[in-house]
Design a protein. Structure first.
Ligand code: 4NP
Length: 160
């Protein structure tokens, strides 16, 4: 089993969108029994809360359901449990590396490193912007999800 954890600041905009998009992709590819997905925030600000309604609306427009997701905070144990710990921006990565045991630091990566064609390193925080920001963020996440699956297939699931 391969385990993937998506991480942002609040776990209500970017990382739940990534979890929703990526789990939909692996379901469609018949890989839901091979890959586990989860998401969390570096902050404790929204623990227990649902995704932001603008993220939920953008995802619904694209056929992705986020309604079952609830925010939680990163925990040290996550670095042992998840092979992929994917931060949305540089600030997320800095927080993750500060918390992560040295032997697990190679598990921590920028999510957009799986989508070089997007031409940027960070998925920008859409929280203080308009609906347009959520649409752009969704497109970046969609691209990186495909690249991530290609990486998992080549490294771990060469039989699929
Ligand atoms: P996220 O966005 O990290 O993509 O979930 C944010 C959500 C909430 C806040 C900031 C960013 N906040 O300031 O509460």
């Amino acid at each position: 089993m391969i385990r993937v954890l998506f991480v942002c600041l609040g776990n209500i905009c970017r990382s739940p969108t990534a979890e929703g998009v990526f789990r939909d992709l692996i379901r469609r590819e018949g890989l839901a029994d091979r890959i586990v997905t989860d998401s969390c925030g570096t902050s404790d600000w929204h623990i227990g809360g649902p995704p932001d309604e603008r993220a939920t609306a953008e995802a619904a427009k694209r056929g992705i359901d986020l309604s079952d997701l609830r925010a939680r905070q990163i925990h040290r144990d996550d670095f042992a449990a998840f092979e992929y710990v994917l931060g949305m921006d540089d600030a997320n990565i800095a927080k993750l590396l500060a918390l992560c045991p040295p032997a697990r630091q190679d598990r921590v990566k920028l999510f957009l490193s799986f989508a070089p064609e997007v031409g940027r390193a960070d998925v920008p925080d859409p929280y203080y912007g308009g609906a347009d920001g959520f649409s752009k963020v969704f497109d970046m996440i969609d691209a990186a999800s495909k690249g991530l699956l290609a990486d998992i297939r080549s490294r771990h699931l060469s039989d699929t």
